[in-house]
Design a protein around this ligand. Structure first.
Ligand SMILES: Nc1ncnc2c1ncn2[C@@H]1O[C@H](COP(=O)(O)OP(=O)(O)OP(=O)(O)O)[C@@H](O)[C@H]1O
Ligand SMILES: [Mg+2]
Length: 180
């Protein structure tokens, strides 16, 4: 009992739709669980079906969505869990708010980087095509802004290498930063 519980923290992955946040979250979950850690993925899409189902895609609603996710990440992280957030979180204010709420010793902002061109080519959910056809009007990267993180703790370029390789790089960086 002397070792106490492992330190929880939040991996806050921000990036354009299709940049690879959810894919990376899945790979990371497996890695951490295999090493005996408790993990929770807070994926924007899933949370929009539940806790944030009353919210839309306006700037105010996206910020409120991020605020709720920040709160969840905070309560999990303070109890030894690794919270993996996969959220577009396009606004700097939201990401800074999350860092503030969760605490900077427990928070790693990870910019999941891929160009708009690449994300649009991947288009895993067909949303870019819909946005180009005008069937949706709030698509981040097309009609809505994405504020690129100016000073993320880690940047993972998903145009280079497989999701497994990206997860390796991210875990290395988290070790270097002292989270693991
Ligand atoms: N190194 C990599 N890391 C992550 N994803 C990659 C990588 N290389 C290619 N991909 C591919 O990019 C796509 C990323 O889709 P994913 O759903 O993870 O994006 P997302 O950031 O969660 O998007 P959204 O914000 O719309 O939920 C997948 O098809 C994945 O296979
Ligand atoms: Mg996703």
């Amino acid at each position: 009992m002397s070792e106490g519980k492992p330190k929880g923290f939040t991996i806050w992955m921000t990036g354009l739709p299709g940049s690879g946040k959810s894919t990376l979250a899945g790979v990371l979950r497996k890695r951490f669980e295999d090493s005996g850690r408790f993990v929770e993925i807070l994926d924007g899409d899933e949370i929009r079906k539940g806790l944030s189902r009353d919210l839309g895609l306006s700037k105010e609603d996206r910020e409120e969505h991020a605020r709720r996710v920040s709160y969840l990440a905070k309560v999990l992280s303070r109890n030894g869990v690794i919270s993996i957030v996969a959220l577009i979180s396009p606004y700097k204010t939201s990401r800074d708010g999350a860092r503030e709420l969760i605490g900077k010793d427990k928070f790693a902002e990870v910019y999941v980087k891929a160009s708009l061109l690449t994300c649009e080519k991947r288009d895993p959910k067909g949303l870019y095509a819909k946005a180009r056809r005008g069937e949706i009007t709030n698509m981040t990267g097309i009609q809505d802004p994405y504020e690129i993180p100016a000073a993320p703790d880690v940047t993972i370029d998903t145009e280079k290498g497989t999701p497994e390789e990206s997860a390796d790089l991210l875990i290395d960086e988290l070790e270097t930063l002292g989270f693991l």
